[in-house]
Structures are given as structure tokens and as C-alpha cells.
Design a protein around this ligand. Structure first.
Ligand code: ZN
Length: 458
């Protein structure tokens, strides 16, 4: 063949190479695209208009608070959540029921379109508007409460059936007794002093978590309720995702009040905790927290309890082999969702205003921001760096496993195009199944995702 004909052939070959289009990632099929581009925007538009007119009609602080907490996208209308107690009256209750009906229908459409994580999450939000919404309950696998109209998790229904009573202390054998003498406890609790040592720790039982702690009762109740609420959210985001196994609820969390008690516990087991703040033990299947070492204060204790419980959730929901995991390159992804879970609070159940909180947390005295967060805001491609780590341990050794991981999680939770691929991929990572290169194949190239993250953080 003469060289002159080789040239057009080469040209043709290079043109063919260019012509093969790169797949659009994360990949969405037709029904998913329709949900993302048509169904959801239309439903959200109607929802936000309904909220505006509803709040004009009924200026009920409870309704405003309910929407502000669970639908942060409406905060231009509702304002920020304030902590007002949510108890709707007959009229606003009816209004919330109507909103829930539309939202549950959107969740059902997402399920039909093959968007399991979206469906679970939106169903939970619909159920928060109206706990009697059958369509949302069905998606979440909740059942009717015995002798009641609302839908509750299966375990809660069984506990009601067994005659148990639910309060802020969790599930109790009976309701509170009438108080005659001042200082008496309605549940005959002997007081914080009696439970101050780890050997005398209280055991509080909630629907999704059983908490053992020797912290004062008020703190114990707050940790128990917040971890329980977090686990309800995590379950909603993952229960329909491929590979999900329903955990044997409740998961176990131990919060030890004293540093010495924490260290003694591990010494007795002849084991080393991975962190002085807390550790989820894959061996014992218990999330541990060292409260005294959480020197930044009670919020840190709650945050660590939420973080470690999140590990417990994934280990139970997507079981996998730790030894297989030694080879998995995505240690940072296994920390990403628990890192985001750290910041979830009762007023911000969706993502805990994580970006704002991280910016504040890493603000230095001189007004500049710690490089760890600033570089993410500046658009440094940490995702590429983390994915390039040679091993699981190497990728979690870096603070960015937590910072970039948490921010990327929060962005993915709010992005219709990313949410499903992210949920699928985290589930594979948590089960130690993800292969090297799978991140890019599932979610797309890191420079583009980093660009999106920078934009989202503005
Ligand atoms: Zn962790």
C-alpha cells in the first residue's frame, strides 16, 4: 500500500475514534430521564406553589416548621426551621395530607422509573407530612399501627402489639405513672448518679437503635432519638437499592462517658480501637463512642454516635467480607456517607446544612480557612486523588476522605442525576465489592464532578 492512501485511512480511524461518543454518566435510561426532566420539576413546582398559598391561608407555625425541616427547598417561603413543636391542627393537618398525597405519588413514580433511592427518600418525606399516607408507607414497608391509623416501622408495630409504650426514653414496658411526690420519676428511674459508672449504664431501646450509656438521662435521650432518626433516614435512602438486606433492628450503640472506661473496654478485649473518639467494631457489631474525648462538646458526641451508627447500618444492610475489603480502593467512600451523617440534626434531616457547617468549622482565627476545606471550595480534584489511593487504609488516612466525602455525599443526595448512581456505588463499596475504576465508570470523570461540586458549594 502506498503511503499516500495510508493517510486517509489513519484519518478515518481517528475520526471513528472521536465519533464514538463517551457515555453520559451517570447513565440514565428513558424512564429515569423523564422523571428527572419532566415529572419531578412539575411536581416540585406545584408543591412550592401549594406551600406558598397554604401558608398564606393558614399561618400555622407548626405547618411552617414541618415544611421547613423536611423540604429545605421551600425555605424561601417557610424561612429557617426554629425548633417549634410540630403539632398540626385539624385544618393544617388536612392541608399536609393533601401535600403528602402529591409527594407520595412522586415517590411512586420514581420507583416505577427505577430510582430506588429517590423513591425511598421522597416516600419518607411524604410520610413526615402525613403518617397516614398509605402509598408512602407501602414504599417504605411500614405497617399500620395496631389500633391506630398511622403507619409505623414493622418493629414499632410489634412493640405496640406487645403492649409497650413509646416516649422520648424509647420503648418502655408501660406508660408513665402519676407523680405524687416531688422529685419522683414517672418511670421509677433511680437518677443519673445511680447510672454514672459504665457497669451501671442505662439501656434505652428505640425502634432502630438500642443505646447503652452512662451519660446523664437527658443526654442519653437526645443521642438515642437523634441516632434513631438518622437510621430511619438512612434506611429510607437505601432500602430499595440493590443488595439491601433488612438489618436485625435495633442496631447497638454504646456511648461511654469516661475516657478511662472506653480504654478499659478495649483493653479487656485485647483490641485496639481505630480512633480515640469512637469506633464501629465489625467484629462485635457495636458502634462505640468515647464521650469524654469529644472535647468540642455534646454536639461532637452526638455526631460521632451518628457517624459510627451509620457504619453499623451499612455493615448490617450490605454485608460483605472485610478480608475481601483489604483490596478495595474506596475506603474514602465508606467514610463519605458516615461523614455526612455526622452533621445531620433534627432541624435539618436532609443533609444537616453540611456545607455551611464545614466552612464554619474550618474557619481559622485570622479569617482564612483551613486548606483542607478551602482547596475543595477552590475546585481541587480531590476525588481523583482519593480514587488513586493504593489501598483502603491509604485512602482513609487523609482528612479529605471525610471532608470531600461528606460534601460529595450531600451534593449527590440533592442531585437527581447523581443520587441513584451514588447510592448504588456506595452500596457496592460498603459490601467491599467495588473494583478499581468503578467510580469513574459509574459516576463519570472526576474533573467534571469536581467542577459540579465547586459550583454547588458557591
Ligand atoms: Zn468512620
Amino acid at each position: 500500500m502506498r503511503p499516500v492512501t495510508a493517510l486517509p485511512l489513519l484519518l478515518l480511524a481517528s475520526l471513528l475514534c472521536q465519533a464514538a461518543p463517551k457515555p453520559d454518566l451517570p447513565a440514565l435510561d428513558k424512564p429515569q430521564l423523564k422523571w428527572v426532566e419532566k415529572t419531578a420539576p412539575k411536581a416540585r413546582d406545584k408543591f412550592s406553589k401549594d406551600v406558598i398559598s397554604l401558608l398564606k391561608k393558614h399561618d400555622d407555625p407548626a405547618l411552617r416548621e414541618l415544611i421547613a425541616r423536611w423540604f429545605p427547598e421551600c425555605r424561601k417561603t417557610t424561612g429557617e426551621p426554629t425548633g417549634t413543636e410540630i403539632g398540626l391542627n385539624a385544618e393544617t393537618g388536612k392541608a399536609a395530607t393533601a401535600l403528602a398525597k402529591d409527594w407520595a405519588a412522586l415517590a411512586a413514580e420514581a420507583r416505577k422509573a427505577g430510582m430506588p433511592s429517590t423513591a425511598g427518600w421522597e416516600a419518607l418525606r411524604a410520610l413526615k407530612l402525613d403518617d397516614g399516607n398509605k402509598q408512602a408507607a407501602e414504599i417504605l414497608g411500614y405497617v399500620e399501627r395496631p389500633k391506630g391509623k398511622e403507619f409505623v416501622p414493622e418493629r414499632a408495630a410489634k412493640l405496640y402489639e406487645a403492649g409497650k409504650h413509646h416516649c422520648e426514653r424509647g420503648w418502655m414496658a408501660r406508660g408513665p405513672k402519676p407523680i405524687i411526690d416531688e422529685g419522683e420519676d414517672p418511670y421509677d428511674d433511680e437518677g443519673d448518679e445511680a447510672h454514672a459508672a459504665w457497669a451501671k449504664a442505662r439501656e434505652l431501646e428505640y425502634t432502630f437503635v438500642s443505646l447503652r450509656t452512662n451519660l446523664p438521662l437527658a443526654e442519653a435521650c437526645e443521642i438515642g432519638q437523634r441516632v434513631n432518626a438518622l437510621l430511619e433516614c438512612m434506611r429510607a435512602r437505601y432500602l430499595l437499592v440493590e443488595g439491601y438486606t433488612e438489618p436485625a433492628w435495633p442496631l447497638k450503640v454504646w456511648v461511654l462517658a469516661k475516657d478511662a472506661e472506653y480504654n478499659q473496654l478495649w483493653a479487656e478485649r485485647q483490641e485496639q480501637p481505630g480512633s480515640p473518639f469512637g469506633e464501629y467494631s465489625y467484629l462485635h457489631r457495636i458502634a462505640h463512642v468515647n464521650a469524654e474525648n469529644c472535647a468540642q462538646g455534646f454536639e461532637k458526641t452526638v455526631g460521632i454516635a451518628q457517624h459510627e451508627s451509620c457504619h453499623a447500618f451499612f455493615h448490617a444492610a450490605f454485608p460483605g467480607q472485610w478480608d475481601r475489603g483489604q483490596a478495595t480502593p474506596y475506603g474514602w467512600m465508606m467514610e463519605a456517607v458516615p461523614a455526612a451523617a455526622y452533621y445531620i440534626d433534627p432541624l435539618n434531616p436532609q443533609d444537616g446544612k453540611l456545607a455551611e457547617q464545614l466552612k464554619r468549622k474550618f474557619q481559622k482565627a485570622d479569617g482564612t480557612r483551613d486548606e483542607a476545606v478551602q482547596s475543595v471550595l477552590d475546585g481541587k480534584d480531590w476525588l481523583k486523588e482519593l480514587n488513586g489511593a493504593a489501598s483502603y487504609d491509604e485512602s482513609i488516612a487523609h482528612l479529605q476522605a471525610y471532608i470531600t466525602g461528606a460534601l460529595f455525599t450531600a451534593m449527590a443526595w440533592q442531585d437527581d442525576r447523581l443520587r441513584e448512581a451514588f447510592a448504588r456505588f456506595t452500596a457496592r463499596c460498603m459490601a467491599w465489592k467495588a473494583e478499581k475504576g468503578e467510580f469513574e465508570k459509574t459516576l463519570g470523570d472526576t474533573p467534571e464532578l469536581t467542577r459540579q461540586l465547586k459550583e454547588w458549594l458557591k
